[in-house]
Design a protein around this ligand. Sequence first.
Ligand code: NAX
Length: 326
Amino acid sequence: MKPPVHVAVTGAAGQIAYSLIFRIAAGEMLGKDQPLILHLLDIPEAIDKLAGTVMEVQDCAFPLVREVLPTAEPEAAFAGCRYALLVGARPRGPGMERKDLLEANARIFSAQGKALAAAADPGVKVLVVGNPANTNALIARENAKAKLDPRQFTAMLRLDHNRAIGQLAAKCGAQVSDVEKFVVWGNHSSTQYPDLSHATVKGRPAAGLVEREWYEKTFIPTVQQRGAAIIKARGASSAASAAAAAIDHLHDWALGSDGRWVSMGVASDGGYGIKPGVVFGCPCVCKGGDYQIVRDLPLDAFSRQRLSATDTELREERAAIESLLG
Ligand code: NAX
């Protein structure tokens, strides 16, 4: 057996965590041969509720779980962690403006960035799920940059990616595993761009298998608005599917994506005309515990316009919290 690794989950008393923690504990993220020490962070008001989750993890008698450490202290939560899943965030309250929400989360993620730099394993891989995920990842990374590389901070676009390949596979009468070279660009928000132009289904170009009208008028809006549709149907936001996407994201980053493209929110580096300074959904291939952005894809005018719109939104989010970037 390998030595145990420390894994932190924030927002651990919340609904995504209620699915996520148990799947990590079962070995679905890092493998069935990887023992774990789970660090579970929530705010002081949620610590009693978190105790219930901890009891249930114990009651599952997971063979891989060596210890479960609940805490309300970010530095304790991140101590020695090789993986940190930042799920907890401030939800939008009544009467709260978008700027207030950005600022409230900026305060949380600047503190957590500093705590990660102070306490986490130097090779920590960070996934930000809590919204606004891209900008929260940017804030955490900027507040950790004295010790940690920007590449160690990523945001979750994988739920959008999974939603999209599900829609495309159903439309083509195929399986999700038949879909390759698909990407969701940009922000995890309604400006995201689910891009079919490079995708293949069973090796055939997806653009030739679906009508352009379906792509622009049905597929793109369905993927962009899927979160709202789930809230309407369920009376609560996506939880199990968000947890599944977080598992997929970190599984592939840690263990490899087997040559397949996956959508990850990563540090923009000037590629595709997206200047450095934001966390942008890009096509990535993961190998050897690292990711590489897929380079030099041709972008048509439609794609360029969509990338530019989601980039503009990310720059506006950044401007709203610039003072908290560390
Ligand atoms: P819940 O409200 O069920 O749980 C959030 C938990 O975070 C609560 O227990 C709360 O006490 C805790 N929390 C708040 N501030 C914290 C802090 N400073 N440190 C530690 N914990 C803190 O929300 P849930 O449904 O689990 O969603 C969590 C976040 O994921 C939300 O921001 C949500 O918007 C976001 N999502 C992101 C998605 C993505 O694809 N990137 C999709 C799903 C989800 O909407």
